[in-house]
Design a protein around this ligand. Structure first.
Ligand code: ADP
Ligand code: MG
Length: 247
């Protein structure tokens, strides 16, 4: 893991439009190593689009994103290396259905990082142990619960040695009784100092683990600050109204 206080991402005047629909408007923030930033806001406010711009699953239509001071939009930027450093965990787990749990966690290491199968398996098992899924190493995804699949997806992302993990509503597709085990896994990563950007509707979790919280509304960050500032003492009426539906 990188040293603390290093700026990993510096987002400058970021814009994203789909046709004439301006989805992100003048987004500015930076994230330092070790920070946990939660993105909250209504459905359609642009949270997923912002995350997807950060790992270039979507190409911004304006502004810039600096990764350790280098524009990820510059010609010649090493996208493969970058993608290995910036992991993503999706709402729908996206495990490879035809591979068992262990193989799900080794395939990227071997293909993208060039690790040997043996080394990849050791690293995968360490991470599966961390999320409590080592006993299921030979199971197929379809035999696991949603919460278990999401924990495997987290172990898979960790096995790539990411510098930072992006989470897009990692618990939204789960049955309520499985939300806790995934949030607990993420809280453990937070305690270990992993840098994370988390889109979530779990307000109590966001309040407990975040170093900062950003409230998005209609494509802009309406307010951003400590969890105490944004969740306990929101400045904007729109933020208060949104939080009122959750707290
Ligand atoms: P959130 O994650 O906050 O719910 P999204 O980032 O998914 O919001 O979407 C923000 C807006 O962008 C929505 O109006 C959505 O319809 C639009 N949008 C997202 N992706 C696309 C796309 N690929 N093409 C066209 N419009 C899109
Ligand atoms: Mg979304």
């Amino acid at each position: 893991m990188a040293e603390n206080n290093q700026i990993i991402f510096d987002v400058q005047h970021l814009e994203k439009a789909f046709g004439d629909h301006q989805v992100l408007k003048d987004i500015n923030f930076s994230i330092q190593s070790g920070e946990i930033v939660s993105l909250i806001g209504s459905s359609g406010s642009g949270k997923s689009t912002l995350l997807r711009c950060l790992n270039l699953l979507e190409v911004p239509t304006g502004g810039d994103i600096l990764y350790h001071g280098q524009s990820i939009l510059a010609p010649g930027f090493d996208l493969n290396k970058f993608r290995a450093k910036v992991g993503m965990v999706f709402q729908q787990f996206n495990l490879f259905k035809n591979m068992d749990v262990l193989h799900n966690c080794t395939v990227g290491q071997v293909k993208i990082l060039g690790r040997s199968q043996k080394e990849a398996e050791e690293i995968a098992l360490t991470n599966l142990e961390k999320v409590g899924m080592a006993p299921y190493r030979n199971a197929r995804p379809r035999h696991l619960s949603g919460g278990q699949q999401q924990r495997v997806a987290i172990a898979r992302a960790l096995s790539m040695d990411p510098e930072l993990l992006l989470f897009d509503e990692p618990t939204s597709a789960l049955d309520p009784e499985m939300v806790g085990e995934v949030l607990e896994t993420m809280a453990e990563l937070a305690r270990e100092g992993l840098t994370m950007i988390i889109v979530t509707h779990e307000m109590a979790f966001a309040r407990d683990v975040s170093s900062r919280v950003a409230f998005m509304n209609e494509g802009v960050i309406l307010e951003m600050g400590s969890a105490d500032q944004v969740i306990n003492h929101p400045q904007h009426e729109r933020t208060r109204e949104f939080l009122g539906r959750y707290l």
